[in-house]
Design a protein around this ligand. Structure first.
Ligand code: C2E
Ligand code: MG
Ligand code: MG
Ligand code: MG
Length: 282
């Protein structure tokens, strides 16, 4: 039920009511050692090109295998990690691990990594990025950094500098959850994103609202004019996939196409796709 009411309500239940104050304190102290204890794991969700329905890349989504609570979702610990500053260490681990894994995958596949605002503040991010690329050998243009507009909301030159530095290395930058904030449009002017990820809430409501279809169409048109590509998030049905292709969206991601999965499963999927491609080619 909470899910139907939207993401904010969902978070409200899980974070503010589900996790009480004591829990929060306990989680924070557990979080301090989680990376060192090897409790963090990356899951990977495929992104498909709507030109040919081939996989174009994966988004890395962090999971916490808590020793007693089981799998904790990022919605429940990323905010804690941000509040406590632990995000710096966690974010560095995510970036390094995602680059390492992507470097072993076929060269046409990109890897998208989510960044929190705090990771981009200060001047530590540039060196971390350069090191992650150098250590893994991943070609810079195979890496995409996903930021939400909250990243630009901080209005700091440090953040813009960090993003510009990433772009100058050849790394791609995407605006995540487009349309959910207060002034997504003004952010498009302030930074040259390579890609817009259309938020799930718009995508989902296309199924029953003509107005939502118009909005998504307009975003796709806008992106084209700004030389940016579009990815639709939260594609849960065939019907939505077909609609998005019809209106010219470039890529799609969602449960209909594939859920986030552990690395071994992602590699099976990649292998199966390569096999079927080589069968077609013969
Ligand atoms: P996001 O970057 O917008 O990621 C998309 C979220 O939507 C993921 O949730 C994904 O599992 C979920 N999703 C994908 N397809 C569908 C669908 O068809 N239907 C529905 N209902 N959901 C779908 P997840 O993995 O729980 O991550 C939630 C958020 O946590 C992410 O939103 C991102 O903002 C943040 N996050 C995840 N990993 C990281 C990380 O490594 N670092 C940082 N800073 N944030 C992260
Ligand atoms: Mg994302
Ligand atoms: Mg998103
Ligand atoms: Mg999000």
């Amino acid at each position: 039920k909470a899910k139907e009411d939207g993401r904010n309500t969902h978070r409200f239940f899980e974070t503010d009511m589900g996790i009480a104050v004591n829990d929060r304190r306990e989680l924070i102290s557990d979080l301090r050692n989680a990376v060192a204890n090897g409790e963090m794991e990356l899951y990977f969700q495929p992104q498909y090109s709507l030109d040919n329905y081939a996989i174009s890349g994966f988004e890395a989504l962090v999971r916490w295998n808590h020793p007693t609570r089981g799998l904790v979702s990022p919605g429940d610990f990323i905010p804690l990690a941000e509040d406590t500053g632990l995000i710096t260490q966690l974010g560095q681990w995510v970036l390094t691990e995602a680059c390492r894994i992507a470097a072993g995958w076929p060269r046409h596949l990109r890897m998208a990594v989510n960044l929190s605002p705090r990771q981009l503040r200060g001047h530590a991010f540039g060196p971390v990025l350069i090191e992650a690329l150098a250590k893994s050998g991943l070609r810079a243009d195979r890496l995409e950094l996903e930021v939400t507009e909250s990243v630009l909301l901080t209005d700091s030159d440090e953040v813009l500098d960090a993003l510009h530095q990433a772009k100058s290395l050849g790394v791609k930058v995407s605006m995540d959850d487009f349309g959910t904030g207060y002034s997504s449009l003004s952010y498009l002017r302030r930074f040259p994103f390579d890609k817009i990820k259309i938020d799930q809430s718009f995508v989902r409501s296309m199924a029953y609202s003509d107005d939502s279809i118009s909005i998504v169409k307009a975003v796709i048109e806008l992106a084209k004019n700004l030389d940016m590509t579009t990815t639709a998030e939260g594609v849960e049905t065939r019907q939505l996939l077909d609609m998005l292709k019809d209106i010219g969206c470039n890529e799609a991601q969602g449960y209909f196409l594939g859920r986030p999965m552990p690395v071994a499963q992602a590699e099976e999927l990649i292998f199966a796709c390569e096999q079927s491609l080589s069968t077609v080619a013969q």
